[in-house]
Design a binder for this molecule. Structure first.
Ligand SMILES: C[S@@+](CC[C@H](N)C(=O)[O-])C[C@H]1O[C@@H](n2cnc3c(N)ncnc32)[C@H](O)[C@@H]1O
Length: 296
């Protein structure tokens, strides 16, 4: 068995999810381990909070340089050095052990609400009556149901999505929101993403879940059709830029679920909501994340 590489990055713990998404998207990594805590007699004796561990099978692409570039990109999008953390990086070659199995052990069923559960494919799970299950494996694309921003959109779908309606998922990543919409009875679902690496992943996920969705490499500004329900779980600055495009693809009485917004960045999104004359009908929050449900 080949050896593997462990990359350790010092980050602001609040950026854990964003940085791990960057690693999955850009580094072909096999797994990411978030903060681990060690307890003795119910007292925390150690924590790795602030250090993200990323496992790679090769380093041909120079992961350190890629992360430096991604950090600069986040800075150009308005994140400060303080918000990001130092991103000091160490890279070590390790002897192989069955770490991929170990990593899998960390994943369990995610109960997003009483009615929605996300289940990794290697686990056996018997759903409760009327419970919707989504089969999704971590890795490859953003959206495995564990991230707060995904959960906020899923909650908005559960609350506002009506059977027989159409749905557009802008930035569909793994396709999780599209798959949920289909399982909630959507007539047709269209998902697009500007990252070509996620298209096949989303298509496979839809097939595994036994639903039909259209997934394409595309962006909202290129779409002509209008939808009853639009989801966009993308960083605040992107939402700011594309809010008009999102509005254009909503039917007159359509609903738009906006997520991906850190509480401290909400004013940027609120400004774009106001600019486009959209009306807020609900605000959902989870930890430091906020999500808006709006209509025309
Ligand atoms: C936070 S992930 C959300 C994935 C999934 N929808 C979920 O809720 O878990 C954001 C996704 O949006 C995509 N994205 C970023 N900017 C975009 C844009 N302007 N148009 C379409 N997709 C975009 C990214 O490639 C990424 O897959």
């Amino acid at each position: 068995m080949n050896n593997y590489y462990e990359l350790k990055i010092s980050i602001n713990p609040e950026m854990e999810d964003i940085v791990s998404d960057i690693c999955f998207t850009n580094l072909d990594c096999e797994g990411v381990v978030l903060a681990e805590e060690t307890y003795k007699d119910l007292v925390m004796t150690a924590t790795t909070e602030g250090t993200l561990r990323v496992f790679l099978t090769d380093v041909d692409k120079n992961p350190v340089e890629i992360l430096k570039t991604e950090r600069e990109l986040l800075k150009s999008r308005g994140f400060s050095d303080e918000e990001l953390g130092s991103w000091e990086i160490t890279l070590d070659e390790k002897e192989n052990q069955d770490w991929s199995k170990k990593w899998k052990e960390k994943w369990t069923v995610t109960h997003v609400t009483d009615k929605i559960a996300v289940v990794p494919s290697w686990l056996e799970y018997s759903p409760k009556e009327n419970e919707i299950t989504l089969t999704l494996d971590p890795g490859c694309a953003f959206g495995t149901g564990t991230h707060q921003t995904t959960q906020l959109c899923m909650k908005a779908l559960e609350k506002y999505f009506k059977k027989g309606c159409s749905m557009a998922d802008i930035g569909m990543g793994s396709g999780i929101l599209s798959i949920l919409a289909k399982k909630l009875g959507a007539s047709n679902v269209y998902g697009c993403d500007n990252d070509e690496t996620v298209i096949d992943v989303a298509r496979k996920n839809a097939a595994v879940n036994g639903v039909e969705c259209i997934f394409e490499l595309n962006t909202a500004d290129k779409l002509n059709e209008k939808y009853d329900f639009v989801c966009a779980n993308i960083l605040h600055n992107v939402l700011y830029e594309i809010m008009g495009d999102l509005k254009n693809i909503m039917k007159d009485n359509g609903i738009l679920s906006l997520s991906g917004i850190l509480d401290e960045k909400k004013d940027v999104v609120l400004e774009a909501i106001k600019r486009e004359n959209l009306k807020i009908i609900d605000i959902l929050t989870q930890d430091q994340w906020i999500s808006y449900v709006v209509t025309k």
